[in-house]
Write a protein of this length. Structure first.
Length: 131
């Protein structure tokens, strides 16, 4: 099952503009990783995933299993639609292992062009949307 996780159904509204800064402070890592392929598995060392592949096709990102992270609580991962085409080529976010994404059993979608989302681990088995 796939659910939109931002806006009315927690769906992201709005898009990044050229003067929008993305902050990943304290994230899984402090770096930027470009996602330029249809499938990507986050390892726990990234801070921001810039998804450029949406200009070409849909993307599936598998989130790291929270229990494998150190520390497990309040780890952050920012995902940005840099390809500016996720309304057509959605970004599917799939939690690792038995983790959930904002309480959804299954995957969530980023489906708004230029959208960005910050996920924060709860230290247990849930990725939450951070503010």
């Amino acid at each position: 099952m796939s659910s939109s996780i931002f806006g009315t159904n927690l769906e992201v509204t709005g898009a990044l503009s050229s003067d929008t800064a993305v902050y990943s402070g304290g994230g899984l890592g402090f770096g930027y990783t470009e996602v330029a392929q249809a499938s990507y598995s986050a390892t726990g060392g990234e801070g921001t995933l810039g998804v450029t592949y949406t200009a070409t096709g849909a993307v599936t990102i598998t989130l790291p299993e929270i229990s494998t992270l150190e520390p497990t609580a309040f780890r952050q991962l920012v995902i940005v639609d840099v390809g500016m085409n996720s309304s057509t080529n959605n970004i599917t976010l799939t939690p690792g292992g038995s983790d959930t994404l904002v309480g959804i059993t299954g995957s969530g979608l980023i489906d708004d062009d230029g959208a960005a989302v910050r996920l924060v681990s709860d230290g247990g088995t849930q990725w939450m949307v951070g503010g």
